[in-house]
Write a protein that binds this ligand. Structure first.
Ligand SMILES: Cc1ncc(COP(=O)(O)O)c(C=O)c1O
Length: 402
């Protein structure tokens, strides 16, 4: 059995979710059906909607269930863009930081290629945090031509937590709808930081995903404020206020809501536990030759970094070969985003933070989760220095050959 340090990619399904799925999957009906079984399923969905809304600080009517984070981000970015342009064709600009997940970034790029959008990049600092003064200046420049702004709540590679409330306020003042991707932030909030709360954020829309918190893959949600209009991406049966057609996944929805409630109830204790474990890993690599921590330093700014995230670059090493060596030693890690893992390309997140391609090459991300134990962390902390040294030697040897 390997030791798993890739919880940001996906985390094991929690017993609570297994319980709900085991109960509902064999019997569940379509909640849009009018018969008794359908009405029972509808009641289960309604109750789950209330639970989930309470967990994220939203009203139940603001919850639009989707198949996951990618779909929620697509719906928010395309839906807001199309809606805003239909109201005023001059609104073509989409504001976004370069550190967004591909679910947002590639959607925006698609709108640029196919739908006449103009992308405006919001600068981030060297730690991967949005520069709000620069955003304020961008919003002040012809705000009537801005379709939307989008900025993730926390970054999936370097764990940087964004000043979402401030971004939300700036966008509201400029009259620009703001979408935030909270897929990594929800349930991963640093100890003492403001919890993910839709109403407090001032966002028009917010994406969350089940499989990042211990619910099954295939369920997520977009929170959409009641006064915000979206053009749907999917057309069909008119479910979810006609914003997202498709038969509702009753069992998945109920499992997601139950896990969300559990995660929120245990959030403070789990954040403290994961922070302690993550800091042990940080201590194990701190000061090693060639190793640089990327993203905010949790020792200086504990609330600016996700509790479960450690990200380093190793000078002279290749991220892929480091991953391979760790894999051989029994540790599952990642070079960055799961979606780009395996593709030998420098991370767009690190590039947006101002790193050179050479600096970004030796990236490695370690993410902890609810199954991570002290033994897991002790084993990785003991192995890391040797593996890092070995990967640097291999990198240097490869460079000499070329
Ligand atoms: C920040 C962020 N947004 C969106 C997604 C996509 O979510 P899903 O896997 O549920 O489609 C991910 C997944 O890695 C993510 O980390």
């Amino acid at each position: 059995m390997s030791r798993y340090f890739d919880h940001a990619a996906t985390t094991a399904v929690k017993p609570t979710a297994v319980e709900v799925l085991t109960e509902l999957l064999p019997t569940v009906a379509n909640p849009s059906s009018l018969h008794g079984a359908g009405r029972k399923a509808r009641l289960a969905v309604d109750s789950a909607r209330e639970q989930l809304a309470a967990a994220v600080g939203a009203d139940p009517s603001e919850v639009i269930f989707t198949s996951g984070g990618t779909e929620a981000d697509n719906l928010a970015v395309k839906g807001l863009y199309w809606q805003r342009r239909s109201e005023n064709p001059a609104r073509r600009r989409v504001l976004l930081p370069g550190i967004e997940h591909h679910a947002v970034l590639d959607t925006a790029e698609w709108l640029q290629t196919h739908e006449g959008a103009e992308l405006v990049i919001i600068p981030v600092d060297a730690e991967g945090v949005v520069e709000t003064e620069a955003l304020a200046a961008l919003l002040a420049d012809e705000p009537e031509t801005i379709a939307l702004a989008t900025a993730m709540w926390a970054n999936n590679e370097v764990g940087s937590v964004q000043p979402v409330a401030e971004i939300g306020q700036l966008c509201a003042e400029a009259g620009v709808p703001f979408h935030t991707d909270a897929v990594q932030a929800f349930g991963g909030e640093p100890a003492g930081a403001a919890p993910v709360d839709f109403a407090e954020s001032g966002a028009s829309a917010m994406a969350i995903s089940g499989h990042k918190i211990g619910a099954p893959v295939g369920i997520g949600a977009l929170l959409v404020r009641r006064d915000v209009k979206l053009t749907p991406v999917l057309h069909g049966g008119g479910q979810e206020r006609d914003i997202r057609s498709g038969t509702l996944d009753t069992a998945g929805i109920c499992a997601f809501a139950a896990v969300a409630r559990e995660v929120v109830a245990g959030r403070a204790a789990e954040a403290a536990r994961l922070t302690g474990l993550r800091d042990q890993l940080l201590a194990a690599v701190d000061g090693l030759e060639g190793v640089t921590l990327r993203g905010p330093d949790p020792r200086l700014h504990p609330q600016r970094r996700l509790a479960n995230n450690l990200h380093i670059t190793v000078d002279g090493a290749e991220g892929d070969s480091l991953l391979f060596m760790l894999d051989m030693a029994g540790f599952d890690t990642a070079t960055g985003s799961a979606c780009t893992a395996g593709v030998p390309r420098p991370s767009h997140v690190l590039m947006a933070m101002g790193l050179s391609e050479a600096e970004a090459r030796g990236a490695q991300r370690f993410t902890l989760g609810w199954t991570t134990t002290e033994e897991d962390v002790a084993a990785l902390a003991a192995a890391l220095p040797g593996i890092i040294a070995q990967s640097r030697q291999a990198g240097l040897a490869a460079q000499r050959r070329t």
